[in-house]
Structure formats: C-alpha cells, structure tokens
Design a protein around this ligand. Structure first.
Ligand code: BGC
Length: 447
C-alpha cells in the first residue's frame, strides 16, 4: 500500500501559549485564569504550574530551529490574550505584540506558515473576575481582542482559528477540573453559548476585512462515542449523551446546521440549564467558515457492563489505572460521519493529534517513544484511507512539538516529540521526531 499524501499537504506541529510560553509576569503580561487556577493547591496533578513551562517566551529561536529540523511547513500556535491585552480590555501591550511579530518573522524566514488560534483557553483573569464567558459583555471584549489581533497580524497568518476546543470552557465551568474551576452547569451552558456568539462575530469582522490570503475557521475536538452493543439501550443512550450533551454536537450543530440539536434542546429544558439566547444569535453563530479543524485523539466505545465490572474491580481508595484502549482505526468512519451529519462542505484539518506518555520519569525511556510512533502511524494510515475515500483533509498537525504544561495533568503527561527538561529547559528530540521528519520528507509513510 502506498501512503503518499497529496502535493501541498500541510505537515505541522501544534502548541498553545499557556502550555509553552512561561514568562508569566514578564514583558507586561497580565494574569490568566489558568495562572490563578493552577496555583490553587490540589488543582494540578503533581502541583505543576505554568509560570515557566517551556520558556518559549525566551526560547523562541530554539523552537523554530526544532521546526526546521523536522521540516514542517506550518506551525499551529496560539496568541495569549493576557500578553496582548493584559487586562482583557483597554491597553494593548506593545511587548506582547513584539513577541508574536518576532515569532512570525522567524517562521517566515524558515519558510513555515502560521496557523494561529485566538483563544486556546487562557482568559485574562481580569475578565474571569467579571464572570468570564458567562457575561454577555464577553462578545464585545472578545471582538475588541480579535480586532487588535487582525490589525496587527491579519495577512501574516494563513489560517486563523477563533477558538480551540470550546469544550474546555464547558469543563471549566460545569465540571471544575479546568479553569476557572466552577461546577455550575447552567452557567457553563451560558458560557458556551456566548463563546459561540464571539466566534460568529469574529468571523463577520474578519470578512469585513476582505483579506486576500488569510482564512478563518474553528477547532472542535471529536471524541466520538459508539455504543459497544448497538442493541443495548443503555450503551446507546450513553454514547448519544456523550456526543450530544457534552461532546462535539454542542458546537458542530449550531456552527454548521444552526441552533442546538433537538436532543440537546430537550436535555437543556429538562435539566433547566437552557442559556439565554438573544434573537439573531443562531444566525451570527452559523457563519460560513473557510475550514474546520478537528482535533482527534481517540474514539470511545461505551460498554455499560464493562464499566460496571471495572468499577467493581477498583479497590476503594486504590489508584486502579484503567489503561485507555485506542480505536484510531475508526478515524476514517468518524470523519465520514461527522462531515455527513453536519453537512460540512469546507476543507478539514486534523488540527491536533498525539499520544501522551503518562507519569514516566526515566529520560531514556521517554526518548524511546516507539509506542507514539506506532500510534501516529496507525492514525496517518487511517487518515490516508479517509482522504482516498473523498474526505477533503488539507493538513495534519501533530500535538505536540515538545512536552509542555498539560493543563490539569501538569507536567506528568508528555505529548512532545521533543523531550523538555523542565529543570534546564533543554529540548531533546525523541525517536518520534526523526520518524516524523521522515514522514514529512516522504510526504507520507515510507513503504
Ligand atoms: C488541547 C491541548 C492539549 C491536548 C492533549 C487538546 O485537548 O487542545 O491543549 O494539550 O489536547 O491533551
């Protein structure tokens, strides 16, 4: 089988500001919701905080050199809102603008195009205090931020992403284990609704600029759930609920079809968590985008009987670790179903894909990441198959360039193809870095 990808296929790596930059109190940066949340004892596994992270605020040149070594032709990164506008609104921070200008100049010199996300979860804390996304004024605050970004970087970015994985805002407000750490589902539903309006307003603003080359889209992660037994109502209900009420359906439906799905509407009414919706909101949200970025990590099979068995095996107080099963061979099916279900008629990207190394401490073992190579190889083969089958995927971004601050998992989950020594901040290529460089050189998988 020949796994060559189309000419001009985009091979990239992805990161996000809060996870790599550090420089928390440097260069005029304001605090983010995650800076504050992560400093609350008990929120982050191992107690890791993002104050320094990979120190990309100072080590930009090293990051770009790594991308050159890999041979990627695109870099997906995010802007830090608190670095650009420290208080969320008001004064723009010139040092913040200068930092990203430097990054973009470096990328340009290296022949790497930019895929930039406006919001990858790090909200200025000053706005969190005012209610964050739950406050409808957010639409104005966000639009002002988007305007600053477009004024400064408009055409320098080939692919603009408004939001990365809006689900994080739901998790942070409904489940408590992401910033800001709230457990209020009704509030979280309002946050998500307002966030989608921010997206729509930003696309409208972007269109008014008539850029020649820059494009705009959004990234929604898809962890599709399937019932283990399609005849078992319990499995079927579990999968549907996961997809519709706490998964991709919450976003893809309003973005591509308009309004919330019948399933989600019924659920929100029943649970009394329906957000306030203003007239015109759904039209605003359903703007035509230029592309859709799907973050893909895994597919989940809901097996109620097995869940019960595992729960029973789990000793009380023990730390029974249920190793995840990977079903990457279903990526092909997932892509087809999502495109069909939501009528997606714009090009797609796999905007993130990767595998963590969990809780490992031995450097040599971490560097020898054959398991990651095997996983990526399977994903790319399935992606190739999907594309052969007609799915219009234009690029693939590996998560992540280097080990970084993995949100609530702190520094205990390593997703990098470069190892980060968090003491010395040295970056060392793992086995997968050489493998990925080979994939890029061959524009596909070697025979
Ligand atoms: C996020 C990244 C995160 C990655 C691995 C995605 O959900 O966009 O920020 O690090 O998955 O967990």
């Amino acid at each position: 089988m020949n796994y060559t990808f189309p000419e001009n296929f985009i091979w990239g790596v992805a990161t996000a500001a809060q996870q790599i930059e550090g420089g928390m109190r440097e260069g005029g940066r304001g605090l983010s919701n995650w800076d504050v949340f992560s400093h609350i004892p008990g929120t982050i596994s191992g107690g890791g905080v993002p104050d320094v992270a990979c120190d990309s605020y100072h080590l930009l040149d090293r990051d770009i050199a790594m991308m050159k070594e890999l041979g990627v032709n695109s870099y997906r990164f995010s802007f830090s809102w608190p670095r650009i506008i420290p208080d969320g609104t008001g004064e723009v921070n010139p040092e913040g603008i200068a930092y990203y200008k430097k990054l973009l100049a470096g990328l340009k010199e290296a022949g790497i195009t930019a895929n930039a996300t406006m919001f990858h979860w790090d909200l200025p804390y000053a706005l969190q205090v005012k209610g964050g996304f739950g406050n409808r004024d957010m639409t104005g605050w966000f639009l002002n931020y988007a305007k600053v970004l477009l004024d400064n970087f408009g055409e320098d970015i080939e692919y603009w992403v408004t939001f990365n994985e809006p689900i994080a805002t739901f998790v942070g407000n409904a489940k408590g284990f992401f910033a800001p750490g709230l457990c209020d589902e009704a509030y979280a539903r309002q946050c998500c609704h307002n966030l989608l309006v921010c997206h729509g307003e930003t696309v409208k603003l972007f269109r008014s600029r008539n850029y020649k080359n820059a494009k705009i889209g959004i990234v929604v992660d898809v962890w599709k759930h399937y019932p283990a037994d399609p005849e078992n109502p319990e499995d079927v209900a579990a999968a549907a609920a996961a997809n519709e009420t706490e998964g991709y359906g919450m976003y893809l439906h309003p973005l591509f079809l308009g309004g919330y799905s019948r399933y989600l509407n019924a659920y929100m009414k029943e649970q009394d968590v329906m957000p306030d919706i203003m007239s015109g909101d759904f039209e605003t949200i359903r703007q035509k985008v230029d592309f859709y970025g799907m973050n893909f990590y895994n597919v989940l099979i809901d097996d109620s009987a097995k869940q019960r068995r595992l729960a029973a095996e789990q000793s009380e107080g023990g730390n029974y670790q249920n190793r995840p099963e990977y079903h990457t061979e279903l990526l092909d099916k997932v892509l087809k179903e999502i495109v069909e279900e939501y009528g997606i008629d714009v090009p797609l990207f796999i905007s993130e894909n990767g595998l963590p190394q969990v809780g490992m401490t031995d450097r040599e073992a971490i560097l020898d990441d054959q398991e990651r190579i095997d996983y990526l190889d399977k994903v790319l083969k399935t992606l190739h198959k999907a594309m052969q089958g007609g799915i219009d995927v234009r690029g693939y971004y590996l998560w992540s360039l280097m080990d970084n601050f993995e949100w609530s998992a702190g520094y205990e989950h390593r997703f990098g193809i470069y190892y980060t020594d968090f003491e010395t901040l040295e970056r060392i290529p793992k086995k997968s870095a050489a493998w990925y460089a080979g994939v890029i050189r061959h524009n596909g998988l070697p025979e």
